[in-house]
Ligand binder design. Structure first.
Ligand SMILES: C[S@@+](CC[C@H](N)C(=O)[O-])C[C@H]1O[C@@H](n2cnc3c(N)ncnc32)[C@H](O)[C@@H]1O
Length: 268
């Protein structure tokens, strides 16, 4: 077992954060992660493309919200730092933007320093927490200190909730998080779906499960339910490459290759 500054990384088993890092071309992954990711790629040749497309949605949605005046961001399921990180995008638009990152994986904690180098005018913080305990997450002193919950916050749950199956209460968790935010806040979400490539995605999810990670793809209707009561921003729920494409790529990605829904909604 490898220790990194006292953090147990559990390198003997594949972790979703490190598999995602591998798909994105990162180097923060171990043999068990690469082996599981290799199996996923064998059944889902577009896995790497789908990861890059998902990351590009994070870039576009963050920029859009920062340009719309949102200056506080809560990013749950942050992942291993991959530049540009969310705070870099937001602080390019508004140097005073405040960003709090949350993840439950020890490897993200081990590399969190890279998430904490922001503008002098803004602020970044990292909270080690599990989204399935939303109450504890919201009560975190670092979170409460860094963000002002009496003002709008952009909550991003990108490529996170497919790791929270229904039996863990995914929709209730999102409602709890939404309930902590004031009018004008935003919910940004991307999520794996079997709607476009059912056989391939089902086989890929089985590999995650065999590697010890719980996963659940969701249909368009199940994804839409997360936004209940909030107003979807244009273009609504779409496969991730279709959410306000900006020409930056990846280009020409089909719905099947993305196999991820994306949307942004505002609290009325
Ligand atoms: C596929 S990555 C997505 C990273 C980033 N949000 C993005 O879209 O580029 C999913 C991240 O969610 C984290 N995660 C999975 N389950 C979680 C949970 N229950 N609580 C907090 N984070 C979780 C993983 O550790 C991983 O870093």
């Amino acid at each position: 077992m490898t220790d990194y500054e006292g953090v147990n990384l559990e390198v003997h088993r594949a972790h979703s954060a490190r598999m995602y890092d591998y798909f994105l071309g990162g180097v923060t992954n171990f043999a068990a992660d690469r082996e599981a990711a290799g199996k996923v790629k064998a059944v889902l040749p577009f896995a790497e493309l789908s990861a890059r497309v998902n990351r590009a949605f994070m870039h576009r949605s963050t920029r859009a919200l920062a340009e719309a005046g949102l200056d506080q961001f809560l990013d749950v399921g942050t992942g291993i730092p991959t530049s540009p990180n969310l705070h870099e995008i937001a602080q390019r638009v508004n140097r005073s933007a405040r960003v709090v990152y949350v993840d439950n994986d020890p490897i993200v904690l081990a590399h969190a320093k890279a998430l904490l180098i922001g503008t002098p005018e803004g602020r970044t913080a990292y909270v080690q927490a599990d989204v399935t305990d939303a109450a504890a997450l919201l009560a975190s002193a670092q979170l409460q200190e860094a963000l002002d919950f009496s003002r709008p916050i952009a909550l991003s749950l990108n490529a996170l909730l497919h790791f929270v199956p229904d039996e863990c209460g995914a929709h209730g968790i999102v409602e709890q998080l939404k309930g902590a935010l004031v009018s004008g806040s935003a919910l940004v979400m991307s999520h794996a779906t079997e709607d476009f490539a059912p056989a391939e995605i089902a086989r890929a999810l089985q590999i995650y499960r065999s590697a010890g990670t719980q996963v659940q793809a969701r249909s368009r209707a199940e994804f839409e339910r997360f936004f209940t009561g909030w107003e979807l921003a244009a273009p609504g729920v779409v496969p991730s490459p279709r959410w306000r494409p900006d020409g930056a790529g990846p280009h020409g990605v089909s719905d099947e290759q993305a196999s991820v829904y994306a949307a942004v909604a505002l609290k009325p």
